[in-house]
Design a protein around this ligand. Structure first.
Ligand SMILES: [Zn+2]
Length: 131
């Protein structure tokens, strides 16, 4: 295991417990490319029904970015049911309305995930949320 992989796993271990996600099954991969060709730092692909997800991290990730990316992707896992509800709604809207809806939902979701991630990281610096 590389230094980066070790740090990612240590961060995941801490944040999974802090966020109460111990019952989830996470597969962790460090990759040089993402499946969809997007140049991302990390991604979370959660199962639609089971509490399982694959977390992928870019091998170019810097040490200072690890905690942010881990928490960000775990918050995405927490929002799995929201994503499924939005996907269900999308199917009834048709392409023209659905496309705008999807863009707005995704932008709003990313903004929320980013804000929650930053708040959690700030709180994590204090003793209040440490187990
Ligand atoms: Zn995101």
């Amino acid at each position: 295991m590389t230094v980066l992989e070790t740090k990612i796993h240590e961060s995941i271990e801490y944040w999974v417990e802090t966020l109460g996600l111990q019952h989830w099954e996470f597969t962790v991969e460090v990759v040089s490319e993402f499946d969809d060709g997007v140049d991302a730092e990390a991604s979370c692909a959660a199962h639609a029904y089971y509490d399982q997800a694959t977390l992928r991290f870019n091998k170019r990730l810097k040490g200072s970015e690890i905690d942010y990316c881990v928490v960000h992707e775990l918050v995405h896992a927490l929002m799995r049911d929201y994503d499924e509800a939005a996907d269900d709604a999308l199917q009834y809207l048709g392409y023209n309305i659905g496309r705008g809806f999807a863009l707005r939902v995704n932008a709003t979701k990313e903004n929320l995930v980013d804000r929650v991630t930053r708040i959690l990281l700030e709180l994590g610096k204090s003793d209040r949320v440490r187990p």
